[in-house]
Design a protein around this ligand. Structure first.
Ligand SMILES: [Zn+2]
Length: 294
C-alpha cells in the first residue's frame, strides 16, 4: 500500500529515494558534493532490475550530452537571463537555450533586440525554476535537490516550449507517484490552473486521480487534506468535469499497476513529441525562420 507523502508546487519536493541501480550509484558517487545527481528512473529496465545500458534515463542523458558537447564546442556566445523581481542573473550558452527551447530560439535567433544585447528579462519567473532548467540544459538531468515541484517545472517547460524539459519533469512525476506519493489537492489544482485542455500534465493528473482516488480510505487523509479537496471540488472547473465524466475521486485500484499512470508501459501517453530545429542549423549559425507549431 502507498505511504502518504506530500508534494505540492509551492513547497520543496522531498528527494525521491534512490533505489540504487549501479549506474545511479556511480553517478551519485562521481558527483558527490555537487549534488546534481538525478532522481532514480522507473523505466521498463529499471523496474525489472536490469538498468545499465538499456535504461531509458541513461539513454536520454547520453544523447543529451552528445548533442550539447557539439554545440558547446562550436558556439561560445553567452546570454544573461535576468530572472524574478530581484533580477537574479543566470548565464547560459545562447545556442543551447535556442536548441532546447522554441521560446529562446525565437528570442535569441529571431531578430529581436535581445538577440543583440544577450540580455533576456524574465521578471515573472522564479530564479530557482530557471536555474533548474539551465542545469538540465547542461546535464540532461533535473537535480534531486531541486526545490521546485515537478508539476511547476512541467508548466515552465510548456511556457518555454521545451518538450524535452516537460518530458523530464514528467519522468520525475512518474518516479514520485511510483514511489508511493498520493496526489494532493494543491498539486491537482495547480496543474489544472496552469495548463489548457488536452495538456499531457492534465491527462496525467486526471489519470492519477481516477486510478488512485485521493479521497479513498487508503489515502488516510487528515481533516485539513479533506478540506483542501473539498475547496478544490467546490471551485468546479475542468478538473471536476474531467473526473466526473470518467469516474470518481474515491476509486482505489490496488494490485493493478498496469493501469497506473506511472507504470512504464503508460509513460508514452504523457510525453510530448520532441521538436527542435536541426542541430546543424545552430552549429552553422542559421537564423530562425518563422514560428512552428509544436
Ligand atoms: Zn531506467
Amino acid at each position: 500500500m502507498k505511504q502518504s507523502t506530500k508534494t505540492s508546487p509551492s513547497k520543496p519536493v522531498e528527494a525521491p529515494t534512490n533505489r540504487g541501480t549501479s549506474n545511479e550509484m556511480e553517478i551519485a558517487k562521481a558527483e558527490k558534493g555537487l549534488k546534481v545527481y538525478s532522481y532514480s528512473c522507473v523505466c521498463d529496465s529499471c523496474v525489472c532490475g536490469e538498468s545499465g545500458e538499456s535504461c531509458e534515463q541513461n539513454t536520454r542523458i547520453r544523447d543529451h550530452a552528445s548533442e550539447i558537447s557539439r554545440i558547446l564546442a562550436k558556439c561560445p556566445d553567452i546570454a544573461t537571463l535576468i530572472v524574478g523581481p530581484c533580477q537574479s542573473k543566470i548565464t547560459c550558452h545562447k545556442t543551447l537555450l535556442g536548441f532546447k527551447s522554441e521560446y529562446f530560439d525565437g528570442l535569441c535567433f529571431g531578430g529581436f533586440p535581445s538577440s543583440e544585447s544577450g540580455e533576456i528579462r524574465m521578471e515573472e519567473e522564479q530564479p530557482e525554476a530557471i536555474a533548474a532548467f539551465v542545469s538540465w540544459l547542461y546535464t540532461g538531468r533535473i537535480s534531486s535537490t531541486c526545490t521546485v515541484a515537478p508539476a511547476a517545472l512541467w508548466v515552465l517547460g510548456d511556457k518555454l516550449r521545451s518538450p524535452g524539459f516537460t518530458n523530464e519533469a514528467m519522468h520525475f512525476l512518474f518516479r514520485i507517484y511510483y514511489q508511493g506519493t498520493f496526489i494532493t489537492a494543491e498539486t491537482a489544482g495547480f496543474s489544472y490552473d496552469n495548463t489548457t485542455s488536452g495538456s499531457k500534465l492534465r491527462l496525467f493528473i486526471k489519470d492519477v486521480i481516477l486510478n488512485e482516488g485521493p479521497l479513498s480510505k487508503e489515502t488516510e487523509l487528515c481533516s485539513d487534506d479533506i478540506e483542501s479537496w473539498r475547496a478544490l471540488i467546490r471551485q468546479g472547473g475542468d478538473l471536476l468535469v474531467d473526473i466526473s465524466f470518467e469516474g470518481s475521486f474515491n476509486n482505489f485500484i490496488c494490485d493493478d499497476d498496469q493501469r497506473m499512470a506511472w507504470y512504464y508501459q503508460n509513460h508514452h501517453k504523457y510525453l510530448e513529441p520532441i521538436t527542435t530545429r536541426p542541430i546543424e542549423d545552430f552549429l552553422q549559425g542559421k537564423p530562425r525562420e518563422g514560428t512552428r507549431n509544436i
